[in-house]
Ligand binder design. Structure first.
Ligand SMILES: [Zn+2]
Length: 409
């Protein structure tokens, strides 16, 4: 075959051609790497600029906890559940509020979704989703009274506290003039003792999201069990690494970290301690599984000196007297500050390949930058490996062709 004979060079030139080809591949891959380098539009959060304007009222939230518990158990499908949906609708007059009812595994449950969008928003407007389950548990499996373990719990902290925080935020958010969309998601059937599983509401919400909606959801923040008189919030996994880096500067700004100075220069209280990490399955998990940037603000140690998943948790002692307005206020202010400072509309997708949290979670700017560097490092490693494989393939092809040609000659 003369044509190929002409194309293929003599042995020495063939080696040169292979090197040139490999070099070309390296160059084109390098420019590809540069094109993929992430220049995330991150601006450091300056929470102290917003602390003076915070309005969250813990007394209002505390009153809501009592009001919810007085409705009776809010187990899925109960009259208490329906009554609470009416309360949610009534207390969010400026919001677009809808009930979304689903039936799965013969369980019918209803999420309440409240949306507030800025004027002129479209399908690319960033969205922050704040989440609380509004169902209360149908059993009290941890109650010391064995005769009452099959009765529903009052659910003051679990999870009237989370609903109360969202409702108080819902009162003040319409006056914040935020430039992005906020959704309040009240999930149902998070905490029922079904043999078929839990988290029904969050899973249904996640399944109903289009890819577009997923992409514009820059943060999904769950608040659950946030009313304990002895509140202590820890880092919770699974959780979005980048989103977690925003929490420490916000918490420090309002004096919730005992190792950090607040915006007035005073040392904070020991409310948020991110050096402790707790594994929790909650409504954030289905969102994370869908690739949404989600975290869970939860205190799973309920009561003075309680260990994780102990104390009053899932007992009949989960009553409004164990919940304190100041704890609700601390969490409410933290979330309000996150909203006002735009800490959560950062394009966290830029960081989604960063794997382990090698960052200092109490230094937001450094943390995010390190995570960003991490992405570049991993992208670089992947491309180097790709170049190696491609180079080897090219060399093998060139060599096999030259061997074949040599035989034909
Ligand atoms: Zn629970």
């Amino acid at each position: 075959m003369l044509t190929r004979d002409r194309v293929i060079s003599p042995p020495q030139k063939r080696a040169t051609a292979a090197i040139i080809l490999a070099a070309f591949l390296v160059l084109s891959c390098t420019s590809l790497a540069q094109a993929q380098t992430i220049s995330a539009p991150y601006s450091p959060v300056l929470p102290c600029d917003f602390v003076e304007s915070l309005e969250f009222n813990g007394t209002n939230a505390n009153a809501s906890v009592t009001e919810q518990v007085e409705l009776g158990p809010r187990t899925t499908g109960s009259t208490g559940s329906a009554a609470l949906r009416s309360v949610i609708h009534a207390q969010l007059p400026q919001w677009d509020v809808t009930n979304n009812t689903y039936t799965e595994d013969n369980i019918t449950f209803t999420n309440v979704v409240a949306t507030l969008s800025p004027e002129g928003s479209d399908e690319s407007t960033p969205r922050v989703v704040l989440v609380a389950h509004y169902d209360s548990r149908d059993v009290a499996e941890r109650d010391p009274d064995v005769n009452r373990t099959m009765d529903p719990i009052p659910g003051a902290n679990d999870a009237a506290s989370g609903v109360a925080v969202l409702l108080e935020l819902g009162r003040i958010i319409p006056f914040m003039n935020l430039g992005y969309e906020v959704e309040l998601l009240f999930t149902d059937a998070e905490d029922q003792n079904y043999s078929s599983g839990s988290l029904y509401g969050a899973k249904a919400w996640v399944n109903a999201q289009s890819d577009e909606e997923v992409n514009r959801t820059t943060a999904y923040v769950v608040v659950d069990m946030v009313g304990d008189e002895f509140l202590q919030l820890t880092h919770v996994y699974p959780g979005d690494v980048a989103l977690w880096t925003t929490i420490a500067p916000l918490a420090a700004a309002i004096g919730l970290m005992d190792t950090k100075e607040d915006c007035n220069g005073d040392l904070g209280r020991d409310i948020v301690n991110l050096s402790i990490s707790t594994g929790v399955i909650d409504d954030h998990v289905p969102a994370i599984n869908r690739g949404i940037h989600a975290i869970d603000l939860i205190d799973i140690r309920y009561g003075e000196g309680a260990q994780p998943f102990e104390g009053y948790w899932h007992t009949h002692e989960d009553t409004p007297d164990k919940v304190r307005a100041e704890s609700l206020r601390d969490v409410g202010l933290l979330v309000e500050l996150g909203l006002r400072s735009e800490a959560w509309i950062y394009d966290f997708r830029a960081l989604e390949n960063s794997e382990e949290d090698s960052t200092q979670p109490d230094d937001n700017v450094q943390g995010v930058n390190e995570a960003e560097m991490d992405v570049e490092r991993h992208t670089g490693l992947a491309i180097t490996a790709l170049i190696g494989v491609l180079g080897a393939m090219v060399l093998m092809v060139v060599l096999s062709l030259s061997v074949k040609l040599k035989r034909e000659q």
